[in-house]
Design a protein around this ligand. Structure first.
Ligand SMILES: [Zn+2]
Length: 139
């Protein structure tokens, strides 16, 4: 690229503006509710954002968190929520508490686990991933 006069022309301001206008609309600034955003952010159905504070919560700690009022969400297939997360309702959570501690059954790929998430206001979400057995709700 040594040819005189072959320098790439800079786009004009008007061209830049046209390109920006032609670009697809930016995604909505509201994160999708009830879903994982990337790997590190979780948005509950009410729109509150959570960050992960613990990756491998013990069954006893998981039960304690739920007894203290944590929401429970299940990533049943362990794909990071691409096919949706199941948010348990109050009666399902009550059944978990009645059943005692969960039993994560580790697969060979070690995908099955329990994680804890917290929001700015201190509320907690417990996430069960993949092959976690918990009463008759998660199996
Ligand atoms: Zn999936």
């Amino acid at each position: 690229m040594d040819g005189v006069g072959r320098k790439r022309r800079q786009p004009t301001f008007a061209e830049v503006v046209r390109a920006v206008r032609a670009a697809p609309a930016a995604p909505p600034s509201e994160p999708p509710r009830g879903q994982l955003v990337g790997h590190d952010r979780l948005v509950d159905p009410a729109g509150r954002e959570f960050v992960r504070i613990a990756h491998d919560v013990s069954p006893a700690r998981a039960l304690a968190a739920v007894v203290e009022g944590a929401q429970v969400v299940w990533d049943a297939c362990g794909c990071d929520g691409y096919c949706g997360l199941d948010w348990l309702d109050a009666s399902q959570v009550a059944r978990l508490v009645a059943a005692g501690a969960p039993e994560p059954r580790r697969r060979k790929d070690r995908v099955s686990h329990l994680s804890a998430w917290v929001s700015d206001d201190g509320s907690v979400v417990l996430m069960a991933v993949a092959d976690v057995h918990w009463g008759d709700v998660l199996a």
